[in-house]
Write a protein that binds this ligand. Structure first.
Ligand code: PLP
Length: 291
């Protein structure tokens, strides 16, 4: 069955959705996006995702063509029409087009292109959540503003393809100084032998994950020691446990890094506990549609 999607003010069947071939998102990657998880038909941590969308807009001088409450109404309407119980809602926003290819920004009167669509996906019960994933480390070849959630995800696609060709599920990306920035589409964490969680501090070199923030709050409530500092590939090999977070994976254990087995090669106990806690919080804290 075809999905209904939202494009610039209209709800249309996905096969009828159209944007210009001169859209700057397509020509220049001049566009940003957001992804909010949907659990039991409800949005998870949506205010955080929308705040990050606003921030991305501010950093790039993009203007949302509608108010935030209208955007939330669109998210809920699509969840409803598409009967989405579990999965994601994507918001894609480009600088639009003035009908030709020109590097300079179009006149302010040109409206941004806004597309919203849903994607069904098992977030809680999936094999990666159960069994964990294997990652390889690859050079982080992305640009220097990774804190902005831009649609230019070619480096992430290349990393995922290369990881797959090496028999792994995903990649941890390594900065020039040998420290891990994050995963190709997730934040990266290790747990050392003292049971401390270590993850890179926020900066321009990684995306400020909304799931990362929720997970750290949860860990803090559990009295777990958090170390927000860069960690090296070698430190990761020696870790007792590792995991990743994102709105599309929630918490996935990492069992192997570059073929190095962590612990006994099964998802670690602290990761498992945090995963269960996160799933419970995500389900409980999910935002119902506005009445
Ligand atoms: N880092 C990168 C590069 C990502 O692409 C993502 C999600 O798409 C994340 C981290 C996790 O962010 P969030 O938890 O907000 O989904």
């Amino acid at each position: 069955m075809s999905r209904t999607v939202y494009v610039n003010g209209s709800y249309v069947a996905e096969q009828d959705a159209k944007i210009s071939i001169f859209d700057r998102g397509f020509l220049f990657g001049d566009a940003i996006y957001e992804v909010t998880a949907v659990l039991n038909g409800r949005l998870v941590d949506n205010p955080g995702h929308l705040a990050r969308l606003e921030r991305s807009c501010g950093e790039l001088g993009l203007v949302l063509p509608i108010r935030q409450d209208q955007l939330v109404a669109i998210q809920h309407k699509l969840i409803d029409i598409n009967q989405l119980q579990e999965g994601s809602v994507y918001i894609q926003l480009s600088r639009g087009t003035d009908g030709d290819r020109d590097f300079h920004f179009p006149q302010p009167s040109v409206q941004a292109t806004l597309v919203v669509f849903t994607q069904a996906r098992k977030l809680v019960d999936n094999s990666q959540a159960r069994n964990g994933i294997r990652v390889v480390t690859l050079d982080d070849i992305r640009w220097q503003r990774r804190d902005i959630k831009v649609v230019a995800l070619l480096a992430a696609c290349l990393a995922k393809q290369q990881a797959q060709s090496l028999g792994a599920d995903d990649a941890f990306l390594v900065a020039e100084d040998g420290t891990i920035t994050e995963g190709s589409s997730c934040n990266a964490f290790i747990i050392d032998k003292q049971g401390h969680i270590i993850t890179r501090p926020l900066g321009r070199d990684l995306l400020h994950g909304i799931t990362r923030r929720a997970l750290l709050e949860l860990a803090d409530q559990q009295g777990i020691v958090l170390e927000e500092r860069p960690f090296t590939r070698e430190e990761a090999y020696q870790a007792a446990e590792a995991f990743i977070t994102s709105a599309t994976s929630f918490v996935w254990p990492v069992t192997h890094i570059d073929g190095h087995r962590l612990g006994d090669g099964a998802p670690g106990p602290m990761t498992r506990r945090l995963q269960q806690l996160y799933h419970a919080v995500a389900a409980g804290a999910a935002e119902p549609p506005p009445s």
